[in-house]
Design a protein around this ligand. Structure first.
Ligand code: FUL
Ligand code: CA
Length: 675
């Protein structure tokens, strides 16, 4: 075997026109980054005092005693991750509240001060041991922003944070990824820390030279620019790193796509939670993302040259809740079914413009299942057609292509075509590939399939191409309610039967069957499930939560109707609007227990707010509730806020006090609801 390879290399080298060597192009990944990219999918765990106080951003003033999981089982987390096909776990060792999940010497807000195990517990010790047991990589999230530490906001704090990093990286074995969170919600009058990133990085790399640093700017990998789990359809793994700093804001678009001629290799990592929020809350037990949604996220991240970091919050017992683990296993089964058989392995594969003179480079290596063997075009050729031919037609709906990234990311544009009679018909045209690009296509049957590299920075180098036939999914039911309170349910699946409940229970075929829109004028939850195949198979259950239908509501604030019209339309002010008021007449006196603010994802997002209530629209008194919408800029989900006690009122006044993005001074409300 060895001899043949040697002979091939000798032969290749002896020809004057041969091009055995491929010159790398642009910024290149380190060996550690290549290994990291191949992980593709791993678990995030948010766990801490917020789990017990039902918050997304703790203030750091919480009693550490609140942290008291009753049956903490890190082996259950690791087992779940393993069964889900994930390669590692990254845990919030320290979130913005400053609470340390290990007994840090450099803080008084830690597991040691908690009620858990009488202060003798150490979550990082338990999780790192469980990861080793299950063959998973262990990673840590540490928030530089610390709302508890007395030194925060002074230069001294940098050393405190460096000391904490040192503890975490020395005590628990290998760490594959160090997550630096860029968030800092202190606002204009808050304590702003000038972080010493060089110190933080060198502290860690001295201990773990191969760790991948996550931040808005890398250097190991970069935030994908949103918390919904989607990379750009164009996604370069390169970035002009000098232009970015963690937490600088206004760069989400660039982070989403990368930069074609970026100076450094800083690949994207897409982070998203399986629930609306990052921390566990019993209120979201019914809002675990659906299977079609999670699959969409997978194709939108791993399928677009990014790694997927999926958050599974641990609950108050210290376990992963059954609703989350059940959905994770559904996702695993669906992914296994989607990629069950690579049809490219049965094809005859040919390519044009193939680089000559190196027997290690050939179209046959495009479907050998080995990432390190590849086909490449000749120098000077930036295009090439890869054709898969079959004796009998094949049917597929997924196409996957992988570039050999150790030589750089090259492809700028590619397409997929199928031969119909004598004509090639293009069925997809896309931009970047990178480490992996997976296209979801309509079910297509053909005897010849062509993947054309249309443009590249240098001769394309392709490791693998694959075709799959993924089974059809049962689409989620979509529940909507109009302004008058009429509820409609629809779904994309052909001929489904939809059943629903209004009491929070899981719909079965015995539950009421949806036949036509029905009225639900009050606040409530509609749970819907679509059944096919005579009720034998069902979709995910959708829980749609609604406030009081705004049929009789009137916007007292001129032009603000869009905030109460039960639609996606938003009410948006001009710039420099803070503070701004939105007054709503509820039509009659009603009991109000809670309100929700649905931010407009296009901007004008409010961070600090107050809500007033009144019987006559004149006397408002003190706010019924005031506070901040934690993490609303990066995760703009509806914000549900409970009043401390129910009030009876006819008017409400929402006051926007501070923007989430200081550079965006408009106030926008997609919907304001009361419950
Ligand atoms: C953000 C944080 O503010 C959130 O709370 C969460 O930890 C998310 C992963 O990162 O920046
Ligand atoms: Ca290969």
């Amino acid at each position: 075997m060895k001899k043949t390879i040697l002979l091939a290399l000798l032969l290749a080298g002896s020809k004057a026109w041969a091009q055995p060597e491929i010159k790398p192009v642009g910024a290149l990944p380190s060996a550690a980054q290549v290994k990291w990219q191949q992980l593709e999918y791993y678990m995030f765990i948010h766990f801490g005092p917020n789990t017990f106080t039902d918050k997304e951003w703790g203030h750091g003033d919480e009693d550490p005693k609140v942290f008291n999981p009753t049956e903490l089982d890190a082996r259950q987390w690791a087992r779940t991750a393993k069964l889900a096909g994930m390669k590692g776990i990254i845990i919030t060792a320290k979130h913005h509240d400053g609470f340390c999940l290990w007994p840090s010497e450099f803080s008084k807000h830690t597991v040691r001060e908690s009620a858990w195990k009488n202060g003798k517990g150490d979550v990082l010790a338990e999780l790192s041991a469980a990861c080793r047991e299950y063959g998973l990589l262990f990673g840590v999230y540490l928030s530089p922003w610390d709302r508890n530490h007395p030194a925060y906001g002074t230069p001294e704090y940098n050393q405190v944070f460096a000391n904490q990093l040192k503890e975490v990286h020395t005590k628990y074995g290998d760490v594959f990824e160090q997550w630096f969170d860029g968030a800092n919600g202190e606002g204009p009058n808050g304590k702003k820390q000038v972080y010493d990133w060089n110190l933080f990085e060198s502290t860690v790399t001295n201990i773990h030279p191969n760790v991948i640093f996550f931040s808005d700017a890398g250097p190991g990998c970069r935030w994908i620019g949103n918390e919904s789990g989607y990379a750009g359809v164009t996604n370069w793994s390169t970035l002009n790193r000098a232009d970015f700093k963690p937490g600088m804001g206004g760069i989400t678009e660039t982070l989403n796509k990368g930069q074609e001629d970026g100076t450094h290799w800083v690949p994207g990592e897409a982070d998203v939670s399986i629930r609306p929020g990052w921390f566990y809350s019993a209120a979201t037990d019914g809002q675990v993302k659906t299977l079609p949604h999670l699959l969409d996220i997978y194709y939108g991240s791993v399928g677009r040259n990014a790694n997927l970091l999926l958050n599974i919050p641990v609950d108050r017992r210290g376990r992963i809740h059954a609703n989350d683990s059940t959905r994770l296993m559904e996702l695993r089964r669906a992914l296994d079914a989607d990629f069950r058989e690579n049809l490219a392995r049965k094809a005859r594969i040919a390519a044009t413009n193939t680089r000559q003179g190196n027997t290690m480079i050939s179209a046959v290596y495009l479907a050998d299942g080995n990432y390190n063997t590849y086909w490449a075009a000749a120098d000077g050729k930036t295009t090439g057609d890869i054709t898969l031919s079959y004796a009998n037609p094949v049917t597929f709906n997924r196409v996957s292509v992988q570039e050999f990234i150790p030589l750089g990311q090259r492809v700028r544009a590619f397409s997929v075509s199928v031969l119909q009679g004598k004509e090639w018909k293009e069925i997809a045209r896309e931009t970047t590939i990178g480490y992996k690009r997976i296209l979801r296509l309509p079910l297509t049957t053909a005897k010849s399939i062509r993947i054309s590299i249309l443009d590249a920075k240098a001769s394309p180098v392709i490791s693998e191409v694959a075709l799959f036939r993924a089974p059809e999914l049962i689409a989620d039911p979509e529940v909507s309610r109009d302004r008058s309170g009429m509820v409609s349910i629809k779904t994309q699946s052909p001929d489904p039967v939809i059943h629903y409940t209004l009491d929070g229970s899981v719909p079965t075929t015995a539950s009421p069957k949806y036949e036509q829109p029905f009225s639900m004028p009050g606040a409530g939850t509609v749970s819907a499930k679509a059944f096919v195949n005579n009720g034998k198979e069902g979709s995910t259950v959708i829980d749609a939560v609604f406030g009081i239908a705004p049929a009789g509501f009137k916007a007292v604030t001129p032009g603000a109707d869009a905030a109460i019209d039960a639609s996606r339309r938003a009410w948006t002010t001009k710039e420099n609007a803070y503070p701004a008021e939105l007054v709503i007449d509820l039509g009659r006196e009603q009991e109000v227990k809670a309100f929700s603010y649905t931010p407009n994802t296009h901007g004008g997002i409010v961070y600090k707010y107050a809500l007033y209530v009144s019987k006559d629209g004149k006397e408002w008194g003190k706010p019924a509730v005031e506070g901040t919408f934690a993490n609303v800029l990066n995760n703009p989900i509806p914000q549900y806020i409970k009043l401390s006690s129910p009030v009876t009122c006819k008017y409400i006044k929402f006051v926007a006090l501070e923007p989430a993005d200081p550079k965006d001074t408009r106030v926008s409300v997609s919907e304001l609801e009361v419950y």
